[in-house]
Ligand binder design. Structure first.
Ligand code: ADP
Ligand code: MG
Length: 253
């Protein structure tokens, strides 16, 4: 059993504080959804945890099984068991998905250790079967000319190959694109299990019709202002975010 703990986290971009003391603990096996209106700091949260250089952690900590990850480089965070879904959004022309994933795998191994090609392909194909991905897909260049859905497929396959303990997924657009939404949902559902914890950030309630979360949190103005189970997501869809803001403002006045 593993645990990812976000402890009273404060994040700034330049001088501006965006995330203002956010705490959340995810245990392996759990799927947590963070929802909230645009501009509330959801992407800032995930990018900062990924180690994006534009974001400064000004307070608090992020701990994986009690050990802070904040001093670690992005690749060390990955080796420690974190998967950050937007980590490789760029196009890499001329590099096939198969070779890219193989290099990523190799990078995680100890120095001097060599990847076993046949074992690698066996594992790759079994993951592709699990995710129902066509074999032809892995000969394409990473993200080059990909549709939104294909980018998601590439990302989900990376996640399956890396077998992370915790996945942070900022699903900025996939709630709008039904194809992308299904790919993410089917992938997460196929990988879901006692060894994986998921933090799913989404603006769109619709994604949560397909990935049913164990916990739902509402983020507003850099903080989590309300938590509940999956029924909270439905309530938000029906009533919007304003009632949560009002409730929070009242409780803190
Ligand atoms: P969300 O994902 O919830 O829509 P974001 O984390 O993208 O919110 O943005 C939160 C706030 O931070 C917004 O006011 C946004 O304008 C600001 N912001 C985000 N990224 C940057 C950046 N790179 N530079 C300056 N301001 C930014
Ligand atoms: Mg965002």
């Amino acid at each position: 059993m593993s645990q990812l703990e976000i402890r009273n986290l404060h994040i700034a971009i330049g001088e501006k504080e965006i995330v203002k003391g956010l705490s959340l603990t995810i245990k392996s096996g759990e799927v947590h959804a963070v929802m909230g209106p645009n501009g509330t700091g959801k992407s800032t949260l995930s990018k900062a945890i990924a180690g994006h250089p534009d974001y400064t952690i000004t307070g608090g900590d992020v701990l994986l099984d009690g050990v802070s990850i904040l001093e670690k480089e992005a690749d060390e965070r990955a080796r420690a068991g974190l998967f950050l879904a937007f980590q490789y959004p760029s196009e890499i022309p001329g590099v096939s998905i198969a070779n890219f994933l193989r290099a990523a795998q190799q990078a995680r191994m100890a120095e001097g250790e060599e990847i076993d090609a046949s074992a690698y392909y066996k594992r790759l194909y079994s993951k592709m079967d699990l995710l129902k991905i066509d074999r032809k897909f892995t000969s394409r260049s990473v993200n080059e000319g990909f549709s939104g859905g294909e980018k998601k497929r590439c990302e989900i396959l990376q996640m399956a190959m890396l077998e992370p303990q915790f996945a942070l997924m900022d699903e900025t657009d996939s709630g709008r694109d039904i194809d992308a939404l299904r790919i993410v949902a089917d992938g997460v559902n196929a990988m879901r299990g006692p060894n994986l914890g998921v933090l799913l950030i989404t603006h769109y309630q619709r994604l949560l019709d397909y990935i049913v979360p164990d916990h739902v949190h509402v983020m507003w103005d850099g903080r989590l202002v309300k938590s509940g189970d999956k029924s909270l997501a439905l309530e938000l869809e029906a009533k919007g975010y304003d009632w949560v803001k009002k409730e929070f403002a009242f409780a803190n006045s």
